[in-house]
Design a protein around this ligand. Structure first.
Ligand code: GLN
Length: 200
């Protein structure tokens, strides 16, 4: 079982280290050929507009659309969640997304860089951890197929921060910036069960 980290921009090294610590074999994915070699993909945090442009120019946009349509497991954090979402608020006019997770995200919905924060979070099926939010997207709506695994209350409103739809997981914060790899382990379990059901 090999897990890819989309390596166009953002927290690539950190995700790689977390996945390796969680026991995965990891390769960095920059081309459609590299995508062919992985069973699942992590889309890191960074800058979603830059990642979107590089997905287009690398040929990965269509290759990844095909893999996601075929049911590949994916885990998007922060900008990676934005890339997987169905709707983006406050995006650039030409900003697109894969639509693999039926959520509406508002870019920088928790405020600008200066409003970054850390908070304890209990994630259903996973455990307790500290969430590091940096210019994080805010999930402002989630469709009926989406399971909310954790919420955070900021400014009086409880909003989802970890969500799952089938074998696609999204998270508003940065699990790769702590030494806690529970969410990565959770994702690897999903990848394993997807691989098992494909061979069953
Ligand atoms: N605000 C960034 C964006 O829209 C995401 C921030 C992050 O990934 N830390 O792409």
């Amino acid at each position: 079982m090999r897990v890819g980290v989309l390596a166009l921009q953002g927290d690539v090294r950190e995700h790689r280290a977390s996945l390796e610590r969680a026991g995965a074999e990891v390769i960095e994915v920059r081309t459609p050929r590299e995508l062919d070699q992985v069973d699942a993909l992590v889309l890191p945090g960074g800058e979603s507009t830059a990642i979107g442009k590089l997905l287009d120019t690398s040929g990965l946009r269509s290759a990844l659309t095909t893999r996601l349509d075929a049911g590949m497991a994916a885990f998007g954090t922060c900008a990676g969640l934005i890339a997987l979402s169905t709707h983006i608020e406050d995006g650039r006019a030409d900003q697109w997304s894969f639509g693999a997770l039926d959520v509406t995200v508002r870019r920088n919905g928790y405020g600008r860089q200066i409003a970054s924060f850390e908070t304890p979070i209990d994630v259903l099926e996973v455990g307790s951890m500290v969430g590091v939010f940096i210019r994080a997207p805010r999930i402002v709506a989630a469709g009926p197929e989406v399971r909310v695994l954790a919420t955070v209350n900021r400014d009086g409103s409880d909003d989802p921060v970890v969500v799952r739809q089938g074998n696609v997981v999204g998270c508003c914060f940065h699990p790769e910036l702590t030494t806690d790899v529970q969410l990565h382990q959770y994702f690897l379990k999903i990848v394993e069960s997807t691989a098992l059901s494909a061979t069953a």
